[in-house]
Design a protein around this ligand. Sequence first.
Ligand SMILES: O=C(O)C1=C[C@@H](OP(=O)(O)O)[C@@H](O)[C@H](O)C1
Ligand SMILES: C=C(OP(=O)(O)O)C(=O)O
Length: 449
Amino acid sequence: MTSPSLGSPARPAPGDAWAAPTAAGALRATVDVPGSKSLTNRHLVVAALADGPSTISGALRSRDTDLMADALRALGARIETDGAASSLRVTPGPIAGPATIRCGLAGTVMRFLPAVAALADGDVRFDGDEAARRRPMGPVLAGLRSLGVEVTDDDGGRPSTLPFTVAGHGGVVGGAVDLDASASSQFVSGLLLAAARFDRGLQVRHVGPTLPSLPHIEMTVAVLRAAGVRIDDSRPAIWIVEPGPIAARDVRMEPDLSNAAVFLAAALVAGGSVSVPGWPGETTQAGALAPELLAAMGGKVRLRGDVMTVTGDGTIHGIDVDLHTAGELTPTIAALAALADSPSRLRGISHLRGHETDRLTALTTEITRLGGRCEQTSDGVVIVPAPLHGALVETYQDHRMAMAAALVGLRVPGVQVRDIGTTAKTLPEFATMWGRMIGSATGTDGGTA
Ligand SMILES: O=C(O)C1=C[C@@H](OP(=O)(O)O)[C@@H](O)[C@H](O)C1
Ligand SMILES: C=C(OP(=O)(O)O)C(=O)O
């Protein structure tokens, strides 16, 4: 076992603009995609609350997961690499305060850890990037307050965004919480993940108008159940977690299917085929919807064994789709829509205004900058085909905006991407992997990114 060296979770310096490579021909690539951010960060939290040591294999190593590991260490867990960098050995300890949690721009860290911090025996202060202070937190903090947990801002007020301090008193009684999770499913997941450790468990009821990203809540429930936690989710929008131990287990992560989607989408833009091995037969990842979306936009999709392959001939059709279950896929689908032969309407995604950046505004601004036609609606965007040209695309510290710009650049010469390093949030190797995938274009060397 090696000493804990999880890299610096500090945000990489923006650096120069990155010239997005155009594809020289049809692709023929196999891309090994690292582990899922959402699974890795759930398993890290659950392992830190468990009744013994666990090993997480195939864990994603990225800014968001390193921030999560560092935060759990600050709260008392031991987390070490175990041989491979992607193998993490988690040894729980008593949840300890005082502590400081650096959230970066990670929704999973800022929403999943306040309930864990409430179990600590001291104050736990949370802060993050400037942009993180704009992300909604109110319902999860109000939910904790309704359970008797003290959460205050620097002036002793009631915060609804970062920064804030959770005053841990060594335990939480638990009970029932009503909250509006229409701005983020992570409010629900964040309360459920620690709830088995509350004295009386927890009932969470969503009372808002819409509930985005339900697969992510199902992922939370599945991860907890696999660790022996009893959860009743038989009624819509109500989750009841019984108090009890969380079992330590060794687990293997699936590849991140939302990150895989960008590579698979490249086959539609450049033509040719892109394959992703390790595709799970069953999964709660929202990114699993990507193949059917790519098929609807003109790709041919084949799952052989565990290898997902998407083949394109350069044709991209527009799409009219409600993406509220899989909002993470929006920048990828929007990039394809900007290159399509017919209009697209992406609906059900008003909550994307609270993601890494306001993604509806960011997509509209940047597609327009590239010569495209994109307008916001009340709950999404409409994109109409128009000839695109090169430009310096702003990415707003949003990994998925950077990846979407790279996708456009495959076909449109002269696309420059500001701060490609922002992809480190979930895929530090993105630019290298992308270059290798393109190196695989017919007639050139390469093939496995
Ligand atoms: O719980 C999770 O791991 C996530 C839930 C979703 O958040 P929202 O419900 O805020 O969209 C998703 O977009 C995010 O990337 C990851
Ligand atoms: C919304 C996202 O991230 P976060 O987990 O920070 O909410 C995302 O990765 O698309």
